[in-house]
Design a protein. Structure first.
Lengths: 333, 315, 358
């Protein structure tokens, strides 16, 4: 009971907080600031983000720092010997550990990931391929986002017959497996980047439109939309300036999950042989190259696979993190 | 409920019809040369076209095509694959191979996915849970064919436990690698989904009420938690099967399995595109997908009393 | 000595959350005599549900019980009086012997508290088969009786239906039927009427009251609604930020409240006769229990806070044999501070209308 001794006679005077009416527990914090804080505190999501940024930087600068071109066949200046299928090498490290230099025609050259069977530097090609894959993914997913969001918002906003028809269409489009779309496209389109892009454009918007429509249906009935309508706002204005900002969160989350799907699709199409054509390369075509030589040169397949796995992993982590940050689960009390 | 099923079946048939028409239209009217051989003369091509009915109005062509498919089960002949043998003679064998391997991998995926997911949910925060998380991350970031390449390299090349290529005479042994690699994704997805559903159900009010009634242990898990958690799992199986179809494309190609996937790859990636194969496979894949979705939809309805009794889904 | 069915002593619970440890229950004492009704009143988040869930060992896995005892006294099958500390028993033992059998609970939201994939009947007989060892047929016959007892018409048809086919009020009646199916000694009602329409609320309260009278069971109400408290309770525990701040019988709490928080609650009660321009609200919001609280948790929102409130948590001061309050205002050294004039007038009105009713 010694604690009670702390209270002395002088303490028995009124002492009312001056700011009694201010609520400091729930101090105003903007929605996005909250999302940002939650995202920042999510270790997985931040790891994902760091990986994505690193891969981005390498995809942009990697091919530059290696000093080789992505389709350059590396030869020895004097003998014209081609640097075919070399294992990864860093001369300085080699000297450090063995005390000797490489004894072949490419003694002074650095090949971080080795070279492929045609004598091209794999380090350059992997990052160049990553660049191609990322570009395809980003461009198509952004376009898909625009298409899907507009479609979903319009369908959800107008409802009734319009929604019925538009949703029937989505249902049919959704019932065609992606590989069938690719197959049909391949009958009249040349193989290459465009085939991959069109195939992705035709499939990935559906998920986005579903999310946008669901958000629209949720928001449509809320008071502030009614208020906006009573004030005379036109449909277009309500869709794009009142509802759209509220759908951004879930849609961006969906984008984070669609990008790995796009990268994966590209990799798979290129692997099958209808995607990227030589001498261009992408993650998928590099994996195919590696696979063709897997029994003799197993190291060739590892870099593109690791980059692919890291990308998928990172985007999924960021997507999960965003989803949690946007809709935190209330702790059970 | 009968009304619900009839409506679903009808809708599925309509969708399939429309997709068939769409595919037919695209394959037939889009620019492209259906005859791979460059050496054919202009007259020969014209003759061949007339012979094949390619000069008829497109609707007539479609009508004839449908008549052949439904009436005779004939999808026409291939042009570059199998020396132009009728597609209907090639298909059954390929389908059987694909179904066997696909079925096996779905079975592995569902069974182990459920076991893992349930184990993880019941041991939240412990070893199983972590294992389940790691597996689901792995499943998400490693495509099935990459996993397959690893399995092939280590289990069939470094250590020769399994055959390096598919071998009909050693069906079981040579199914392991493709089935296992195809099941990785569905296993991890089902495991993660099951875990999350279970956790959600375990935190629900009705489980709390059941516990307050004195329910515990196995009875609580089987009677209240599992039943509620497993119903939604039916909904993720359909998209998983689609992913499986896509994955099977590469896996069959790599492992040399004569299945639908390899047929599709051969039809589109060779020198000449085989139009009839693309069309036939497109229809078969779509029918498969729609059929699977239909079955799962109805199963879902049968399992959930809210749909079974109301006759429609609550939105 | 009176027969206490339940004694919660010095209960202290923390929750591990992603944000840190939340010290949700900070030394709670609640007593309940056999056959009586106690209400625990407080704002949402004050921890009132947590206390009662602990008594049934229904806490989530992230909860840690730091200290405390929950003594429960019941007659076993032979008719001998047993005394257990629920916190010291195995969870499984509690499920087998206490939950549903001796203590039953009615939850807040009948829309979510019934298993959607199981018929009403199966949910009802589950407990009876387990606790009373009835056969399925016996249990079914009793279940139909129970459904009729709680006022469900067409009980045989309802028995076979699923929860989604019933209205909210009916579902709550089913939950009550489940709760009383095994003759419990103690019924815990966690905001039993909050999620229901106003017209159904009083019917459900009457039903619980009737069951209590017929069966002579003890009831604990957890609620934030003082209207409900006035209607049903014998004793009231006012809870704030994980502590009981005032205890008393219903007259003492309503007509002679001592704690400034109780004053606030009473002033904030909507009332037809109030001629003041606007409804009084307690300023601010409950403290964040992530941070350890120095002094009295209510001080920051208290218009009558003393310097002492900021230094040391006030002990329970005795007002009468049954009435205690934890506020330094009751210390003899404290300045003479009485409840606000508005509240005084309001209590006067309540007293008069109560007298008229009798």
């Amino acid at each position: 009971m010694s604690k009670e001794m702390i209270v002395t006679d002088e303490d028995f005077v009124l002492d009312v907080s001056s700011d009694i009416t201010t609520d400091r527990n729930f101090a105003s914090q903007s929605f996005w600031k909250g999302v940002f804080t939650r995202f920042k505190n999510n270790k997985r999501a931040m790891t994902g983000l760091v990986i994505i940024i690193l891969i981005f930087i390498l995809a942009v600068f990697g091919p530059m720092i290696s000093g080789y071109g992505y389709k350059e066949i590396i030869t020895n200046g004097q003998t014209q010997e081609v640097a075919k299928s070399l294992a990864p090498r860093i001369p300085a490290l080699h000297r450090l550990f063995t005390g000797a230099d490489y004894q072949d025609a490419f003694a002074g050259k650095v090949f971080l990931f080795g070279t492929d069977s045609l004598g091209r530097d794999l380090f350059t090609r992997v990052w160049y391929g990553a660049r191609v894959s990322l570009m395809i993914a980003f461009v198509t997913i952004l376009i898909d986002m625009l298409i899907g969001m507009s479609y979903g918002l319009i369908s959800g906003y107008f409802g009734q017959v319009c929604d019925g028809i538009m949703q029937r269409f989505v249902e049919i489009a959704n019932s065609i497996p992606r590989l069938v779309i690719v197959g049909v496209l391949a009958t009249f389109m040349p193989k290459g980047v465009w085939l991959v892009i069109v195939a992705l454009l035709l499939t990935e918007w559906i998920g986005m439109s579903k999310i946008a429509r669901a958000e629209m249906l949720k928001i449509k009935g809320q008071e502030y939309i009614m208020a906006s309508r009573t004030l005379g706002a036109k449909s277009f204005r309500i869709i794009f300036s009142d509802v759209l900002p509220n759908t951004i969160g879930p849609v961006i989350t969906q984008v984070m999950f669609s990008i790995p799907t796009a990268i994966f699709t590209e990799a798979f199409l290129s692997f099958v042989g209808v995607g990227i054509v030589l001498p261009q390369c992408s993650i998928g075509s590099l994996i195919e190259d590696g696979f063709n030589n897997i029994t003799t040169l197993p190291y060739q397949i590892l870099p593109p696979i690791i980059v692919l796995a890291l990308l998928m992993l990172a985007f999924n982590f960021v997507g999960d993190g965003l989803r949690e940050a946007l809709a935190p689960r209330i702790e059970d009390m | 409920m009968a009304k619900y099923i009839i409506k679903r079946v009808f809708m599925a048939l309509v969708t399939l019809f429309m997709i068939t028409f769409l595919l037919f239209l695209l394959v037939r009217i889009m620019p492209g040369n259906p005859f791979p051989s460059e050496r054919m003369s202009a007259e020969a091509i014209a003759k061949k076209r007339a012979e094949m009915g390619l000069d008829d109005p497109i609707l007539v062509q479609f009508g004839n095509y449908l008549k052949n498919v439904i009436g005779k089960g004939s999808f026409g002949k291939g042009s570059s694959l199998y020396n132009g043998a009728p597609i209907s003679t090639v298909l059954p064998g390929c389908m059987a191979n694909s179904f066997k391997i696909g079925g096996l991998s779905i079975l592995i995926g569902v069974v182990f996915g459920l076991i893992l997911g349930i184990g993880a949910a019941l041991n939240r925060g412990h070893f199983w849970d972590t294992f389940c998380t790691v597996l689901s991350i792995l499943g998400v970031c490693v495509p099935s064919y990459v996993f397959m390449i690893f399995l092939q390299y280590f289990l069939a090349y470094k250590v020769t436990i399994f055959p390096f290529y598919f071998d009909m005479s050693r069906f079981m042994g040579s199914s392991i690698i493709p089935a296992l690699s195809l099941s990785l994704f569905s296993m991890s997805t089902i495991a993660r989904f099951t875990r999350n559903e279970m956790v959600e159900v375990m935190d629900s009010d009705y489980v709390l009420l059941a516990e307050s009634k004195g329910m515990y242990g196995t009875k609580l898990v089987t009677k209240h938690i599992l039943r509620n958690a497993l119903i939604p799992i039916v909904t993720v199986i359909a998209p998983l099967i689609v992913d499986l179809l896509t994955g099977a494309l590469v896996v069959e190609k790599i492992y040399g399995i004569n299945g639908l996937g390899k047929l599709m790859v051969d039809a589109i990636s060779g020198e000449g595109i085989d139009y009839n194969y693309v069309l036939a496979l497109g229809i078969i894949y779509s029918a498969l997908y729609i059929g699977i979705m239909l079955v799962l939809d109805i199963t879902y309805g049968l399992l959930d009393p809210r749909i079974r009794l109301a006759g429609r889904k609550e939105s | 000595m009176a027969d206490k069915i339940l004694e919660i002593k010095n209960l202290d619970i923390s929750f591990k959350t992603t944000a840190g440890m939340v010290h949700a229950i900070r030394g709670v004492n609640v007593d309940l005599e056999r056959g009586e009704t106690v209400a625990i009143v407080g704002e949402s988040g004050s921890g009132k549900s947590v206390v009662m869930k602990t008594a049934m060992r229904l806490l989530a896995g992230n909860a840690t019980i730091n200290s405390g005892e929950i003594i429960f006294r019941y007659k076993d099958d032979k008719g001998d009086l047993q005394e257990v500390d629920i916190l010291k028993k195995e969870k499984q033992w509690v499920r087998q012997n206490i939950n549903g059998r001796k203590i039953a609970m009615i939850f807040q939201d009948p829309m979510t508290s019934l298993d959607p994939t199981m018929t009403i009947g199966n949910q009802l007989i589950e407990g009876m088969i387990m606790h009373l060892g009835l056969s399925k047929e016996e249990a079914k016959a009793r279940a139909i009786e129970l459904l009729e007892e709680v006022g469900i018409t067409d009980a045989k048809k309802r028995y076979k239906q699923y929860p989604h086919q019933l209205s909210g009020g009916m579902r709550q009646r089913v939950v009550i039927a489940i709760a009383i199916s095994c003759y419990p000694d103690l019924l815990i009602c966690d905001e039993p009427t909050t999620a229901l329409d106003v017209t159904i609320q009083s019917k459900i309260l009457d039903l619980i009251k009737k069951i209590q009278k017929d069966r002579g069971i003890s009831v604990i109400y957890i609620t934030h609604d003082l209207g409900v408290v006035a209607k049903v309770a014998d004793y009231v525990n006012v809870m704030y930020a994980g502590r009981i701040v005032e205890v008393g019988n219903v007259d003492e709490i309503f007509f002679d409240p001592k704690h400034p928080y109780t004053w606030g609650l009473l002033s904030a009660m909507p009332d037809l006769d109030t001629d003041d321009d606007r409804l009084y609200t307690i300023p601010g919001s409950p403290p964040n229990l992530l941070n350890e609280i120095q002094g009295d948790a209510f001080a920051a929102r208290n218009r009558f806070a003393l310097k002492a409130d900021r230094i040391e948590q006030p002990p329970m001061f005795k007002v009468s044999e049954t009435h205690f309050a934890a506020t330094w205002l009751l210390d003899e050294r404290a300045p003479k501070i009485d409840m606000p004039e508005e509240l005084k007038r309001r209590i006067e009105r309540m007293r008069r209308s109560a007298a008229e009713k009798q």
